[in-house]
Ligand binder design. Sequence first.
Ligand SMILES: [Zn+2]
Length: 68
Amino acid sequence: MDLTSCPECGAVAEVQWRHVLESTDGPVEHAQIRCTSQHWFFLPVSYLSRAGIPGRPGRPSVVSRCQG
Ligand SMILES: [Zn+2]
C-alpha cells in the first residue's frame, strides 16, 4: 500500500490504484488517492506529495504539516 499526502488537507492519503493513461506526451501514470478525511483525487503520480511516505518499512509514519 502506498501512502501520500492529501493535496487538499495534508492528511495521510492512500493510493488506491494506479493506471497508465496515454497522453500527447506519451503514457502518464495516474493514481487515485483517498485521504482520511474522505477527499479523493485522480491525478498524475508526479503530482503526489512524497512528504508522507515513510522512507523505510518499519519506521513510524511522520506526516508533515505545512499549515496550521
Ligand atoms: Zn484530504
